[in-house]
Design a protein around this ligand. Structure first.
Ligand SMILES: Nc1nc2c(ncn2[C@@H]2O[C@H](COP(=O)(O)OP(=O)(O)O)[C@@H](O)[C@H]2O)c(=O)[nH]1
Ligand SMILES: [Mg+2]
Length: 445
């Protein structure tokens, strides 16, 4: 979803390759790109300013140790900062100790309030709650119908009173909820296209009368810089407890996600990712941060490793792949390039959540070493033409590399699969081919 931001940060960091210490000078240009990318993504300018300062302070002076590249190090610093910026320990909706909990939903017209109210009702039902939807947007009859339709589809009652104003409706919904055992009241309010005094006063009055446990500001993620100002205005009147970012499935650049948390000082609690009722996610700062930086999967890391191959080598490789001449020798050099990036453990450690998952687990650089040893035990002829590897040759290789026949066979099988895949890919573009040069899996010590 934040694809363009991700691309820009990555291309800026590419320039840091080959440098061993992070200094003000060598980070300057990369940070300028990051700054531009964030501004382009509609991140609030004061947030960008602070953010860049923080990253700079943390990054300058860092030594690039071992095989970690400066770019990777900075990505890590930026990632940590992004997570810190968007994190909160009060992520999920709060509930009253005595039912019913009251959740007031406010925001501009078209931001996705009514849709979110429905989604939240569905979400709470799955958690064993008995929600009640309250139609306090009475100005457009269609708005009440919309909520009623959602309520029907979710088997959730919708409370409304004809001839009453939104404040009265909201207040009376509480007695109704008590009477019928509904333990979570979700109040859908009216919005205007822009901040409007009447609308604010009405929402404020509802808030004062029902004393909500949660006041959620619904914000269309596509509105960028403006979203922050709107959220601020709502917060001043309603004392928001959280933010809901909608339409993150769209072509949004994500600026709102970065800014709101900091400028409004309230956590983003939910994320809307579609029009359907199940398109609701609890907000996770680390997920969004890793998405922004493209650190979410191993393939990206492998891709990074492959940037190490210089253009000439890449062109040669491409030629070989096209002619279906990719050999075990080429595979070995690929492997070594990946290794240059750092240990397998370090590479995996860059994946969010992996560090924890790996705790106490023996992550094997030896899997790499094993493959390497097997290939090294082959003669150059065998490496270039694995077809000649009969049983006795395989046995010799297994012995020579200190592995088993099974290991050798597995490697050869995977190499064969890889060749097949490359053949298929040969008509595709270079980037695609490179992306598909995956590590063989299943190699354990
Ligand atoms: N793609 C997408 N559309 C959404 C999302 N949330 C709401 N919408 C759409 O945005 C439009 C306005 O939503 P609505 O809930 O009526 O906004 P309200 O005026 O604030 O109540 C509708 O067409 C919704 O289907 C979302 O997360 N993703
Ligand atoms: Mg609505």
């Amino acid at each position: 979803m934040f694809e363009s931001l991700q691309t820009k940060i990555e291309s800026a960091l590419k320039r840091l390759r080959g440098q061993s210490k992070i200094t003000e000078e060598n980070i300057e240009e990369a940070l300028r790109e990051v700054r531009r990318a964030l501004l382009d993504a509609d991140v609030n300018f004061s947030v960008v300013k602070d953010f860049i300062e923080d990253v700079k302070t943390k990054a300058v002076g860092l030594e690039v140790k071992g095989n970690i590249l400066p770019g990777q190090l900075i990505v890590k610093v930026i990632y940590d900062e992004l997570v810190a910026l968007m994190s909160s320990d009060k992520q999920e909706a709060a509930f009253a100790s005595h039912a019913p909990s009251i959740i007031l939903v406010a925001g501009l017209q078209g931001s996705g309030k009514t849709t979110f109210c429905g989604k939240l009702a569905g979400f709470l039902r799955k958690k064993g709650k008995q929600p009640l939807l309250v139609a306090a947007d009475i100005y457009r009859p269609a708005a009440i119908d919309q909520l009623k339709m959602l309520g029907d589809s979710l088997h959730t009652p919708v409370f409304t009173l004809e001839g009453k104003n939104p404040v009265e409706i909201a207040v009376e919904s509480i007695a109704y909820a008590r009477k019928y055992g509904r333990d979570a009241i979700i109040i859908d309010t009216a919005g205007r296209l822009t901040i409007d005094e009447d609308m604010m006063r009405e929402a404020e009055e509802i808030s004062n009368r029902v004393k909500p446990h949660e006041t959620l500001f619904v914000c269309d993620a596509m509105t960028g810089q403006d979203a922050v100002n709107t959220a601020k205005a709502f917060h001043e009147r309603l004392n928001l407890t959280g933010v809901v970012l909608t339409k993150l499935d769209g072509d949004t650049r994500g600026g709102a996600a970065l800014s709101i948390r900091k400028v409004v000082g309230k956590p983003i609690k939910f994320v809307g990712t579609g029009e359907k009722m199940d398109a609701l996610e609890v907000f996770h700062a680390n997920r969004i941060a890793s998405r922004i930086l493209g650190m979410g999967d191993v393939l990206t890391l492998v891709e990074k490793a492959q940037q190490e191959i210089d253009d000439e080598e890449a062109a040669k490789l491409e030629e070989k792949i096209r002619k279906n001449q990719f050999t075990l020798q080429d595979f070995l050099s690929q492997l070594r390039t990946i290794r240059k990036m750092g240990s397998l453990r370090d590479l995996l450690g860059m994946i969010p959540g992996m560090d924890k998952a790996m705790h106490g687990l023996q992550i094997d650089d030896r899997a790499f070493s094993k493959i390497e040893a097997i290939i090294l035990s082959m003669t150059p002829e065998e490496r270039n033409n694995p077809k000649i590897l009969n049983g006795s040759r395989r046995q010799r290789i297994a012995r020579g590399s200190g592995s088993t026949m099974q290991d050798v066979n597995r490697l050869l099988k995977q190499f064969e699969d890889m060749q097949k895949m490359m053949k298929m890919m040969a008509s595709g573009n270079k980037a695609q081919i490179m992306r598909n040069l995956k590590m063989p899996t299943g190699f354990r010590r």
